[in-house]
Design a protein around this ligand. Sequence first.
Ligand SMILES: Nc1nc2c(c(=O)[nH]1)N[C@H]1C(S)=C(S)[C@@H](COP(=O)(O)O)O[C@H]1N2
Ligand SMILES: [Mo]
Length: 413
Amino acid sequence: MKSKDVRPGLARREFLGALAAGSSIAAMAQPGQPLAARMPVSMAQAGGADVPYGQPSPHESRVQRTVSHLSGFAVWRTPLETQRGVITPSGLHFAVHHSGIPEVDPQRHSVRIHGLVQRPLQFDVERLLRYPMVSRVHFLECAGNSAANALSPTALDQTLGEIAGEVSCSEWTGVPLSYLLKEAGFKDTARWVVAEGADGASHSRSVPLQSLMDHAIVALFQNGERLRASQGYPMRLFIPGFEGNVNVKWLHRLEVSDAPAYTKDESGLYTQPLADGRIERFAFHMDVKSVITHPSGRQTLPEPHGYYEIAGLAWSGHGRIARVDVSVDRGRTWAAAQLHGPVLDRAFTRFTLPWRWSGRKAELMSRATDEHGRTQPMRSEWKRRYAMHSFNHYNAVHAWRVQADGRVENMYA
Ligand SMILES: Nc1nc2c(c(=O)[nH]1)N[C@H]1C(S)=C(S)[C@@H](COP(=O)(O)O)O[C@H]1N2
Ligand SMILES: [Mo]
């Protein structure tokens, strides 16, 4: 079903024409004017020096992560609304620190594999750097991303990053964990692995051995450079599609066991009460989800009756994104957005749809579906499934209200 304000094929040419009309040069430069007067000043002098390690333009200094501190741990959120494409710049990757960033000396750091193994092994950074590596583009999302939208009775007037910025997407490079685990060899009863970080929180999680053998890497690089301290320098566990907290940073120990350890992290924070009183445990996969990045919360559309491109990001911890539907009328009608390739497994996928805004109040929503047919619930469905105070794994359809004056605000649909 197509709504009349979002017309994918036809709109593109109209859209480009309208934007060009608004950009046409009103008064041509006077022919008599000297050439020098028409040149930008920067062309008349030598430029400044560069630096050994590049920084964003000083004009972009407002593009920053936002931070909040929740009972001792810091949550840094990615400003998704400032991002185009699908790769999160390393300096803007979201971060969750349960006990700050530890000072880890790469010369002295190592990861130990022990427990139900044939021979315990220990790998330092230098040794791991000699192993064959793989590179993969994947999102990483905190289980608690969008918690405020799950919990707050009214929609908070915040930016997209503040609402749902505990998700980022990078190219991760490292050693497949299966290489290291096979070298250690398992005992017959080996089923789980407890991964522990070298931080003050001694953050640790139990993960099924099979999922580590299938997909996990010990990541050493992020977007081509060594991991940022914030992401677990010099090494972290990375399990594609799994909730953020099992991706243990500053990884220093992998203990193979026959059962989960029920560490403090997995028995408390990362279990989730359901509405019927049961408890959901070890819900590792992040489900299918999408957000509209442009336009989004606290932005203002510059002119009414204008042409705009609705753009957003979709991802699924189960596989590839198959389609994204967008509505501009609070879900009455939907149009299929264009997906921008390559559409990668368990990675951000960019979607866009041209839109002619009538200047009246509009309510924008996006709903992603992955290759397994999993799709996003509405907020009310999500709330029915979980207990009142549950907030992990919130993936309901997100909505923005565009007011008649162009202001964009968070809303519940
Ligand atoms: N050692 C350690 N690993 C950790 C954490 C931590 O506090 N300590 N936080 C976890 C949580 S809750 C999340 S969401 C992810 C976030 O990864 P990032 O900070 O690289 O984005 O790291 C996980 N790994
Ligand atoms: Mo997290």
